[in-house]
Design a protein around this ligand. Structure first.
Ligand code: PMP
Length: 330
């Protein structure tokens, strides 16, 4: 019989899929690493598994323990799946800009969710970072993975995601493009690809306009899961050859096109990464092999980027004249 003992052995080994209709103007090969194939639906399953197993080895997490983490949803799902398989309780702290759909997913897995305001600085007592610190102190047996400082976050990508991409492209990858949130993905994958290729592979970060990584002030933007108003230790800037700032508008336009033209129903940070990959691809020659990582699926965003009234509300939709599918976004 062929079966998996649990979902945990299904984490990783996601496919590369060629982007064709969305890749106009790109002479080389544009390949998407589609992370929604992970059992929890996002790239974060990878770091969740590695962070929990390392904490168990180091005695930080013991039987009956509680995992407390500030998370925008995906890391929570990954941690909830790993916690369920291993018998831990989960308490997640989210900023209020995270969609209700995503919070309900966490609750469906049996986790508890605490919601905090987005528009306060990280050191404010109500910020989701501060609240999670307080909960760790108050709950007995609590452990905070802290994806923003945990070395196992970039390490999971250095040891697994990076080698997967190298093998899948038979070492022919020339450019790697990913959005930057904690920076774990780009740091781990980028470092591995730089090392294995002798520095040949170009590593390009994609960042929402307004985020500090691309020189912004930390002002709010709408794309979820990427960009920051501080520099976490999981992000090694020196791995990136370049960081490209992408507007919410362009991120959402590409996100809608990926669903409509490539049948890839993915989140806004995937659209953002593809927008950056297109810029890279249009500058590169016919021999380029560009891999862009798509962090999660789009079902958690049906009431946002895939909802016309929501886009209209933020001024991203044309309001005058007839709208054909291709014209929906201005
Ligand atoms: N996209 C989404 C939807 C995410 O949840 C995250 C993680 N915060 C990222 C992109 C960025 O990945 P990383 O944290 O590895 O930089």
């Amino acid at each position: 019989m062929r079966y998996h003992e649990s979902l945990l052995s299904l984490v990783g080994n996601t496919p590369l899929v060629r982007l064709s209709k969305c890749a106009e103007g790109v002479e080389g090969l544009l390949l998407a690493k589609v992370e929604y194939f992970n059992p929890g639906g996002s790239v974060k399953d990878r770091i969740a598994l590695r962070m929990v197993e390392a904490a168990e080895r180091e005695g930080l997490l013991r039987p009956g323990g509680t995992i407390v983490e500030p998370t925008s949803g995906n890391t929570g799902v990954g941690l909830a799946i790993v916690a369920q398989a291993k018998g831990y309780r989960c308490v997640f702290v989210c900023p209020d800009k995270v969609s209700e759909d995503k919070r309900n997913v966490l609750k469906a897995y049996g986790a508890e969710v605490v919601v905090c305001p987005t528009a306060v600085p990280p050191d404010h007592p109500d910020s989701y970072y501060s609240v999670s610190d307080r909960l760790v102190k108050e709950i007995e047996g609590a452990w905070k993975p802290d994806q923003y400082s945990n070395v196992n976050n970039p390490l999971s990508h250095y040891e697994q995601t990076g080698p997967e991409i190298w093998e899948q492209t038979e070492g022919r990858i020339t450019h790697f493009v990913a959005g930057i949130g904690t920076g774990g993905t780009i740091t781990g994958v980028g470092r591995y690809l730089k090392e294995v290729s002798g520095g040949r592979v170009q590593v390009i970060g994609a960042d929402p306009e307004g985020s500090v990584y691309s020189g912004g002030t930390g002002r709010p933007y709408l794309v979820e899961g990427v960009g920051e108003d501080f520099w976490p230790t999981t992000f090694d800037r020196s791995v990136c050859d370049r960081i490209i700032a992408i507007s919410d508008h362009e991120s959402f336009e590409l996100t809608r096109r990926l669903a409509r033209e490539e049948a890839l129903l993915v989140g806004g940070s995937s659209g953002m990464a593809v927008a950056a990959a297109l810029r890279v691809g249009r500058e590169a020659g016919p021999d380029a092999v560009i891999v862009v990582l798509l962090p999660d699926g789009g079902r958690g965003y049906l009431s946002k980027v895939f909802n016309d009234s929501w886009l209209l509300n933020y001024g991203f939709l044309r309001t005058e004249g007839p709208q054909t599918v291709g014209e929906v976004l201005r």
